[in-house]
Design a protein around this ligand. Sequence first.
Ligand code: NAD
Length: 291
Amino acid sequence: MKIGFIGLGNMGLPMAINLARAGHDVTGFDTADIDLPDMITKATDAASCVAGCDVVITMLPNGAILQKVADAILPAMQKGAILCDCSTVDVRSARQVAERAEQAGLGAMDAPVSGGITGAQAGTLTFMVGGSDAGFATLQPLFKSMGNKAVHCGDAGAGQAVKICNNMILGVTMIATCESIALGDKLGVDRQKLFDVLSTSSGASWTVNSYFPAPDIGPKSPADNNYIPGFAAEMMVKDLGLAQAAAEDADADTPMGAAALALYKIFVEDEDGLGRDFSAMLPRFSGRGRH
Ligand code: NAD
């Protein structure tokens, strides 16, 4: 397929490379001057990047930028082409862009990912996809080149909705995991023993079993690498913020999500959380007392 790829940052560039390696004809554009490998053709602006493409993929920082990029590319895309946004953006922007694309005679899918930078590089991302059955079928081979799983979650915006529901659980359970370990420390419990029980008991979760936030225990995780991300705490603030915005729009009661957002915001803005993995909540709790 002929593919336009807009947003060649930490995630977008390795995804575009995997598409090119799979034999697709990839043209890329980013507002930053990024060195591209020979296998990707560099476009000088967004409109020329998408001209004549079957599929346009965007991997951008947020919904406002996605809307701005849509202004530039929707009129330049060929009729019948599909815009596939893989960024994490607010559900409302995802639905608006899909509506605008459809009005312009284009297909539109939201397909946010989990798996992070390592997943983007290794081609092992999971895609959570919203949009039509036909669009999902067309994009399947591309999802296969960039990831190992794609779930069709429903209509436009459903991919973003599932993504923020997932990450709200992730943020809340990471905090619960970290405060439990810190409590165990203060009660004199050995962390390895705590892991052995939690990981096989009703306290088990992905954050305990696959991403235990203490060094040298459980599978390798950022805790074993001085909390270098991984998944940065500020990205968790972004995703928990999107979850709260969506909850506000949909009139959903999400008190634990709200509490997790408040805590991660303090961690990133007022403490030493910026640039650290989101599991660095553990040393934060360990260094504190009750009062
Ligand atoms: P990034 O900041 O590294 O990349 C974004 C790129 O978009 C940058 O290169 C920037 O120059 C470019 N850009 C900004 N405005 C543009 C415009 N108007 N036109 C063209 N290019 C423009 O961010 P990232 O880590 O690659 O994340 C991208 C998206 O993926 C975000 O929505 C993020 O929430 C999501 N995501 C990231 C991760 C992760 O671990 N990094 C994991 C899952 C999802």
